[in-house]
Each structure stands twice: as structure tokens, then as C-alpha cells.
Design a binder for this molecule. Structure first.
Ligand code: GLN
Length: 233
């Protein structure tokens, strides 16, 4: 009989979680998608639908730090379910630095019939990414180093690489905002999930990087959770 280590999250034990109504495979190589992240999918879907009315070309979305593929897969599924009137031509590149995470993401995409819409790429943020996108979306690692001591033991079972955002938790936002203009179409957007109390600092990073905050959305706990910004090129 297999022994289960103490504090193993139940999702790893059963190998599954629910995200945006989709049954997703998870294992120790991927962060367990959180309900808060559904808000990012909802906002990104709204943005894609709006842009689809303005942009004559196929919309391109880049999902950085995709992990289990949750955001990319849920976004395509959501757009597909509203496709009956007018199809939205949206292609997603979903990347992760971890090849093991991408194995899970590819499996999930296949199970939900969206493999043809998502191109999975092993990449340290933009390092292996080509082309220009309309939206760069990401739930990057955003836990600050000093916060690790206070995390629940279950969270510590998740990959550190998927959680660790550096000294103040904001390293990935800095890197993404710095490099994103090279990968966006003019006037393109970034859409982030952010951590508790991070909005003030992230707003500074965004605005120092020639982006403008368009929207900040609170989650069901009243915490600023999703930020959408536009590149003012
Ligand atoms: N939401 C996760 C947590 O609070 C962190 C996810 C992340 O770092 N992107 O544990």
C-alpha cells in the first residue's frame, strides 16, 4: 500500500481538481489551480471578446507560467462555449519553464479537446517565445521569500518554483512588464493575477514600464486579485 506523506493536498492524492467547471489532472509538478484564478479567466475572456470585435486578425494570447494549463484551457473552453453566434478566432501559446508541468498541461488540453488551439512551449518567460500577441496573461509565482515560513504546510507541498516570486514576490511582474513590449501588438494588454496587498507596488511597476492600469478586480474575499494593463506605445 502506498503511504501518503502528511500534509499532502487532497488534490494531489486524488490527482484531480476542478477549475472553471473543468476536471483537471494535477500532480506534484504543478500548482493546484485556485478558485481566485477563475476571475483572471473571466476577465481575460471579456477582453478577448471585446478585442475580437475590433481586431480583424486572429487574436493571439500568451499564457506565461501555465503550470497545469488551467488558465489557457479554461479560456479556450469558455470562448468556445460562446462561439455559437460568431466564432472568435483565438490562439493561445502557453509556456512554462518546467517540462514536467507542460506534460500535465498537454494531458489536460487533450482531455478537454483544445489541443489544436493551444501551443505549449517550454520557456523561461519569453526566452523561447516568438511573435506578437494581443494579450499576455499570467498567474506567475508571487509569494515573497519571507512569507514561506507562514504558508500552510499543504502549500509547501506545491512546487516552490511555481510559488517563489523572489525577495518581495514581485520579480516576475518586473520581468514580464520589462519584456512584454517586445511581444505585444501596439496597444496590447497584460492581465495578471496578483497576491494579497501587492496592487500598490505592481501599479508602480506597470506605470514605470509604459503601461497603464485599465482595471483592477477584487476576488470574493474583497482582495485586489486581477490587474489588466495596456501598453501605451
Ligand atoms: N495563490 C497561491 C497561494 O496563495 C499562489 C499562487 C502564485 O504564486 N501564483 O498559495
Amino acid at each position: 500500500m502506498n503511504t501518503i506523506e502528511p500534509f499532502t493536498p487532497v488534490q494531489y492524492i486524488i490527482g484531480r481538481t476542478d477549475f472553471c467547471g473543468l476536471d483537471l489532472i494535477v500532480n506534484e509538478n504543478v500548482l493546484i489551480p485556485r478558485p481566485e484564478t477563475e476571475l483572471l479567466v473571466e476577465e481575460a475572456a471579456g477582453l478577448v471578446k471585446r478585442l475580437a470585435g475590433e481586431e480583424p486578425n486572429e487574436l493571439r494570447v500568451l499564457d506565461l507560467c501555465t503550470g497545469s494549463g488551467a488558465i489557457a484551457i479554461a479560456l479556450v473552453s469558455r470562448l468556445r462555449s460562446t462561439l455559437t453566434k460568431r466564432p472568435i478566432d483565438c490562439r493561445i501559446v502557453a509556456s512554462d519553464i518546467s517540462g514536467h508541468a507542460l506534460e500535465v498541461a498537454r494531458l489536460n488540453a487533450g482531455r478537454h479537446g483544445v489541443s489544436g488551439r493551444i501551443n505549449f512551449v517550454e520557456s523561461d518567460l519569453f526566452s523561447n517565445i516568438c511573435g506578437k500577441f494581443d494579450i499576455v496573461i499570467s498567474n506567475p509565482p508571487y509569494i515573497a521569500n519571507f512569507e514561506f515560513e507562514t504558508l500552510q504546510k499543504e502549500v509547501l507541498k506545491e512546487p516552490r518554483i511555481a510559488l517563489d516570486g523572489g525577495a518581495d514576490g514581485l520579480d516576475f511582474y518586473r520581468r514580464i512588464i520589462h519584456d512584454a513590449p517586445g511581444y505585444l501588438r501596439p496597444g496590447g494588454y497584460v492581465a495578471f493575477e496578483i497576491g494579497f496587498g501587492q496592487f500598490g507596488e505592481i501599479k508602480k511597476i506597470i506605470e514605470a514600464g509604459a503601461f497603464q492600469v485599465i482595471e483592477v478586480k477584487k476576488d470574493f474575499n474583497g482582495i485586489d486579485r486581477v490587474v489588466i494593463a495596456r501598453w501605451i506605445n
